[in-house]
Design a protein around this ligand. Sequence first.
Ligand SMILES: [Ca+2]
Length: 187
Amino acid sequence: MKKLFLFVATGILLSACLNAGSDSNPGSSSKPKEIVITNDLENARGMVPSWLNENHVINMSEPPAHSGTFACISNDTTEYSYTYREILKNINGKVPRVATFSGWVYTTVSNPNFAIICSTDEKGSPYDWKAYPLDKELSITGKWVEFSATFYFEDKPLKPEHEIWLYAWNQSKKNVYIDDLKITFTY
Ligand SMILES: [Ca+2]
């Protein structure tokens, strides 16, 4: 019994030392496993760094925005939503394994042809393109509902120089709004 206790105690001590060693290693600051970026669109018109298409963010009255007074409209003239765009190395030293784009969506037509897009560019040329359709989930009109689209990059590994784009693509021609966006990069 004594031997077992000693073995367990040594194991705990060893793992504690290893943790302390990696944490205190200068130059490799402990990076978070997740980076979360939120945007309620209230300041979009003032140009938020890394975000594009701020002219698709409008002052809402009917329907009201999900938060505050601003949300993003998409329809036949503004197919592409307010968009997050950034070079991966500007977000974190590592490339993400997973990216999740979530938020709130309001559709005026049931089951719209509407998808969340995650694309990556290499030196200005398309590298990868992924779509997460939301048409089946958006069966109810006239109501804000939560959405979440997760993208995995194992199949085509990313490089720090790649530029990532995250946005909604509305091909339904009818009004679909999004608000309170949240991007989570997992490393
Ligand atoms: Ca808002």
